[in-house]
Design a protein around this ligand. Structure first.
Ligand SMILES: Nc1ncnc2c1ncn2[C@@H]1O[C@H](COP(=O)(O)OP(=O)(O)O)[C@@H](O)[C@H]1O
Ligand SMILES: [Mg+2]
Length: 511
């Protein structure tokens, strides 16, 4: 001890100099009016000097040593000296930058105006408190070895909803959700695992005080002293509910997207299957149509051929059988006339002549023998002559194929087209001039029949209703296409009509 004025025994001195707390005895100084105005430090121990950084302060006044805080301390110590009531405050020393707990109590008799002051450095505890109060992101708590809560920070309060006084001393299993975890003895296992491994990390649902759940990330660390004795556990918990919810939402989104994609794929598959089925149906229908068309064409060709054959047969019968019979009859009638000339016989002869002529014309119209005998060129010229004589046309024929023959069906088709065109001209055109041409041009055999008559609306004549009533134009078209030829009809009201058929020449036709 530095002051020999105050009486002390050796034990007291020993105690003072060896204690960790700073200690001093101050005497409060009062003026004449009884007001405290300063303090004198009567005694200080070694720890006081260490803590305060002040040396040789015994006997000095507070107003000298710490002028900035003097007034506050003088008032506080005077209060203690007068009342005898001890004082305990926490004070931060500006100079040291540290926190102290200051306890002041009356020292000796009341009349001595002395106060004993103990200083303990509580900076570490203050820092711990500060951390406990400042960290709100994490629940940082200490558990005793059995798992009871010993400390509770602001983060713990924020996350779990308990105030310190409501939770300290309770077992940490209250944070576990559901009877399930408890039944599985999870809290105890968790402590055992942490104690064994030196650390235990966990994630899972936990419950707040109000019963709501949160997704917790927990790190549990066993606390051991120097001898390895388990003192408790540090438990750091984070509330990851938002992250968890965001993850779940994301997962749900991804799953939804996968589901939608799956649906799309299915739909697409179904659509493709349907399209394939429809395409197959269409292909089948199309094939049927094509087949039907082919059958129709075949039928049409056969009909035309049959008609042609029939006409030929009837023409031959008319010419050969009926014609010969009539000719025989004329010869007999001539013989009879030689024996008995009479008006009756003469009349009969005339009728027979007419019948012969009529039969010949019928046969020629059905199938002119000139076509078979002399060919297309001669047959066309002959037919034009015949029709022109009846219709009174001035007719012009231009033919450049001569005696050239073509396949039978081509000659027949060409002849019948010309025949129909001339018949139409005679019936409808009221023409004065007609020209027919049959020429070889490039690799085509061209037939054209042109009149200078009143013409007609070709488009309209192609309308289904018209085609149902008139078969001439249709049959021309049909005959042409059956031998691979194309037919064109050019006509306009008042401007005449021209029918052109082009027969492509095939190899071997002209040999
Ligand atoms: N050269 C033509 N001049 C004027 N009209 C024509 C001529 N050729 C055809 N036509 C018209 O076209 C229609 C159709 O002819 P077509 O198919 O041969 O049928 P049809 O001779 O049985 O009436 C005729 O009714 C007629 O009005
Ligand atoms: Mg006709």
């Amino acid at each position: 001890m530095k002051n020999k004025e105050v009486r002390t025994d050796s034990m007291y001195r020993l105690l003072c100099d060896n204690m960790a707390e700073g200690f001093c005895v101050v005497e409060v100084l009062f003026d004449e009016a009884g007001a405290p105005h300063d303090c004198v430090l009567r005694e200080v121990n070694d720890a006081f000097e260490r803590q305060s950084g002040l040396v040789a302060v015994a006997g000095r006044r507070i107003s000298e040593i710490a002028p900035e805080a003097a007034a506050q301390w003088v008032e506080a110590f005077a209060g203690v000296a007068r009342s005898g009531q001890a004082l305990q405050i926490e004070q931060r020393s500006q100079r040291q930058g540290r926190w102290y707990e200051v306890r002041a109590f009356r020292w000796g008799a009341a009349s001595a105006n002395c106060v004993g002051v103990l200083f303990s450095d509580i900076t570490q505890r203050k820092l711990d408190d500060l951390m406990a109060q400042s960290v709100v992101e994490y629940a940082i708590i200490l558990l005793d070895p059995e798992g009871r809560v010993r400390t509770w920070n602001a983060g713990a309060q924020r996350i779990k909803g308990y105030a310190p006084q409501d939770i300290i001393g309770r077992h940490f299993s209250v944070f576990y959700s559901g009877a399930e975890d408890i039944a599985k003895d999870q809290p105890r296992k968790v402590l055992a695992l942490a104690a064994e491994a030196g650390r235990f990390d966990d994630e899972g649902w936990r419950v707040r005080r109000d019963g709501s759940r949160f997704w917790a990330s927990v790190a549990l660390t066993p606390l051991r002293d120097a001898d390895g004795q388990l003192q408790g556990y540090a438990k750091v918990t984070r509330d990851l509910s938002e992250r968890r919810l965001a993850e779940e939402a994301l997962r749900a989104q991804v799953q939804e997207r996968i589901r939608v994609q799956q649906q799309l794929r299915e739909l697409n598959g179904r659509l493709e299957a349907e399209v394939a089925a429809r395409t197959q149906e269409l292909t089948r229908a199309n094939a049927q149509l094509v087949e039907a068309k082919e059958r129709l064409q075949e039928l049409s060709a056969r009909l035309i051929q049959a008609q042609e054959d029939e006409r030929g047969r009837i023409a031959r019968e008319l010419h050969d059988d009926l014609g010969q019979l009539l000719t025989l009859m004329r010869i007999r009638l001539a013989d009879a006339a030689k024996e008995h000339a009479s008006a009756a016989v003469e009349g009969c002869t005339e009728l027979v002549n007419e019948a012969i002529e009529h039969t010949r014309r019928l046969a020629m119209n059905l199938r002119p023998s000139v076509l078979d005998d002399l060919g297309l060129d001669a047959a066309l010229e002959w037919m034009l002559g015949q029709q022109a004589a009846v219709a009174g046309w001035s007719a012009g024929y231009h033919g450049s194929v001569g005696e050239q023959r073509f396949p039978d069906e081509v000659e027949t088709a060409c002849f019948r087209i010309a025949q129909e065109a001339l018949t139409n001209a005679a019936r409808y055109a009221r023409a004065s001039e007609i020209s027919v041409a049959l020429v070889l041009e490039g690799d085509q055999l061209l037939l054209s029949v042109a009149d200078n008559g009143r013409g007609f609306d070709v488009e309209r004549s192609r309308a289904p209703a018209e085609r149902a009533r008139h078969f001439g134009l249709v049959s021309m078209q049909e005959r042409a296409s059956l031998v691979g030829a194309t037919l064109a009809i050019e006509s306009a009201p008042g401007r005449g009509t021209r029918v052109t058929a082009s027969f492509p020449l095939r190899a071997g036709w002209l040999s």
